[in-house]
Design a binder for this molecule. Structure first.
Ligand code: FES
Length: 179
């Protein structure tokens, strides 16, 4: 997107690449990941979900400051960013456990047993989806569709998508975290 000079004095500045989005004032390097993602997409608003994914990966959850940063970067109203962040169960607005397990319960995954995987985890750890185990080790989340229906049922363990999960496989993985 080219900057339209508003006066003659702006002409020189307009030739330079955009420098306004230069990281977060805190100097936290994780914001750089978001900058790169937004820049690569030329700050198009439709890259919002991808940027939020990156943010969730980098920060573990989407704190207000991060949402604000993304909203400014993509020139979107904060309400819109909040709307998307709260619509998808994959995103979390509060600090999660040390590990995150996201079970896809979208249609393709559900019919192939995603629901049973989720129930097994809930039952075994005595928590509900959206909760974190009392020792803070694992947050259990669900997503409506991860866009990986071909490998259903899919579960994301700490940001890595695992294909064709069963209750046994998922429990084994999560129990491994707890040891
Ligand atoms: S329904 Fe699970 S990845 Fe699409």
């Amino acid at each position: 997107m080219a900057t339209v000079p508003t006066s003659r004095a702006d002409t020189t500045a307009a030739k330079k690449p955009k420098e306004a989005k230069k990281g977060h004032p805190s100097g936290d390097k994780r914001f750089k990941v978001l900058d790169i993602t937004m820049k690569r997409a030329q700050y198009r608003p439709d890259v919002l979900i991808e940027v939020l994914h990156k943010a969730q990966e980098a920060f573990g959850y989407l704190e207000e400051d991060v949402l604000l940063y993304v909203a400014r970067g993509l020139k979107l109203p904060l309400s819109r960013v909040y709307g998307v962040a709260t619509f998808y169960h994959l995103f979390s607005l509060k600090p999660g456990g040390t590990h995150t397990c996201v079970v896809c319960t979208g249609t393709a995954c559900y019919v192939k047993g995603g629901g049973q995987v989720l129930s097994a985890l809930e039952e075994h750890f005595g928590i509900q989806v959206g909760d974190t185990t009392p020792d803070g080790e694992m947050s259990l989340l669900s997503a409506r569709c991860l866009g990986a229906c071909g490998i259903a049922p899919a579960v994301v363990f700490d940001g890595t998508v695992a294909p064709k999960q069963t209750a046994e496989l998922a429990l084994e993985k999560v129990k491994g975290w707890m040891e």
